[in-house]
Write a protein that binds this ligand. Structure first.
Ligand code: F6R
Length: 366
């Protein structure tokens, strides 16, 4: 059942080229240049006229929501707010009929996410769901939606569900942008070609496995980790830190790289591993300066860079290279080495990676 892998988590990490492809199959048609999302089409006008999009989710799905904030604001120019479902529902939030609420949930059973969307629904908002489990409670409570086709996710730590969510959210942002005229045909075409090539690039990133295993050996006994990223890689930093803490029980924090100087920089010394996601994109130069700040305080840098980078290897203790992709799709590739890092460290520490202590696959309590 684990298909020859030692754990479900590793199997699911390696399934990602396939699960990403399955999540865009029939939706992205490169030959004809068409995007087909039935759930979107039914509510096209609502999306076009939306004043605001509110995303509600928990955990890893909330991180996918953060990526979607960047995607939708960038490509479709609608203001987006990303909310922890548990905070949103208890806050007397301001919601109207002109709002669209997107609920993101792998299991489709997360109690807080379900309650948050029910609240928004009662105030007249349109509810769009991004779920993995067909017929789940959240899927049934929405007005429309688009399933991720990641297949069953057994490992408690979410991996392939995250990349499937980001894939579907990228498609959705492209659909809205096209319909609102905020995304030019040329740019749309470019992104379609790029998204189409993501499974191959993820395949390539997975080849880092042995290298990451070696890096994991060096850091398996540390008590703390810091993860830094900017822009589209900020949510990836949060996700990398969450993966590490939940399965290896190492304390880890994800931070927007520029926020480091407002506090967390005080933590950095020669014992602090700092994972920096520093791919070639519009914040690259800024991230390079952040790496210098860490290096000046003797932090141990593990950098995720774009293939062919010549600057960062001279500064970092360890460098892993991922294939180049468009900035807006980069989380799909840059998260892969972080998933592998958390997996290997957890295995080396003797942790039960598929069923970490205190955690359940779906959180049906509030
Ligand atoms: C992290 C993880 C949890 C879930 C969260 C939401 O690896 O598995 O943080 O992401 O409990 O679950 P869903 O997506 O099922 O609503």
């Amino acid at each position: 059942e684990k298909g020859g892998y030692e754990h479900f988590m590793l199997k699911e990490i390696f399934e990602q080229p396939r699960s990403i492809l399955d999540s865009m199959r029939g939706r992205l048609e490169l030959e004809s240049g068409h995007l087909n999302m039935a759930g979107f089409r039914a509510y096209e006008q609502k999306f076009v006229n939306a004043h605001r999009i509110i995303i509600v989710a928990c955990g890893t799905s909330w991180h996918a929501g953060l990526v979607a904030e960047y995607l939708i604001e960038d490509l479709a120019r609608i203001p987006v707010e990303v909310e922890y479902a548990s905070e949103f529902r208890y806050r007397n939030p301001v919601i109207s009929e002109r709002d669209i609420v997107i609920a993101i949930s792998q299991s489709g059973e997360t109690a807080d996410t379900l309650a948050a969307l029910e609240l928004a629904k009662s105030k007249g908002a349109t509810i769009f769901g991004i779920c993995n489990v067909v017929g789940s409670s959240i899927a049934r409570a929405t007005d429309a939606g688009a399933y991720t086709h990641a297949g069953p996710e057994i490992g408690v730590a979410s991996t392939k569900a995250f990349t499937a969510q980001v894939t579907v959210l990228a498609l959705l942002a492209m659909c809205i942008g096209q319909r609102r005229g905020t995304l030019s045909d040329t740019k749309l075409r470019e992104l379609m070609v790029e998204l189409h090539s993501i499974p191959t690039k993820v395949e390539k990133a997975l080849k880092l496995d042995a290298e990451i295993q070696r890096i994991s050996e060096t850091f398996k006994d540390v008590p703390n980790f810091l993860y830094l990223g900017r822009g589209y890689n900020f949510p990836v930093a949060l996700e990398g830190a969450l993966k590490l803490k939940e399965i290896s029980y190492i304390h880890a924090e994800g931070y927007p790289a520029a926020e480091m100087k407002h506090g967390p920089i005080a933590l950095i010394d020669e014992n602090m591993p700092v994972v920096v996601i520093a791919t070639r994109d519009s914040s690259y130069e800024k991230v390079v300066s952040n790496i210098q700040e860490v290096k000046a305080r003797k932090g141990r840098i593990i950098a995720v860079v774009t293939e062919g980078d010549t600057t960062i290897p001279a500064m970092a203790e360890f460098v892993v290279e991922v294939p180049y992709t468009s900035e807006v799709l980069v989380p799909l590739v840059s998260v892969i080495p972080l998933q592998l890092l958390s997996y290997h460290i957890a295995v080396m520490r003797g942790c039960n990676v598929d069923q970490p202590r205190n955690l359940a696959k779906s959180v049906t309590v509030e």
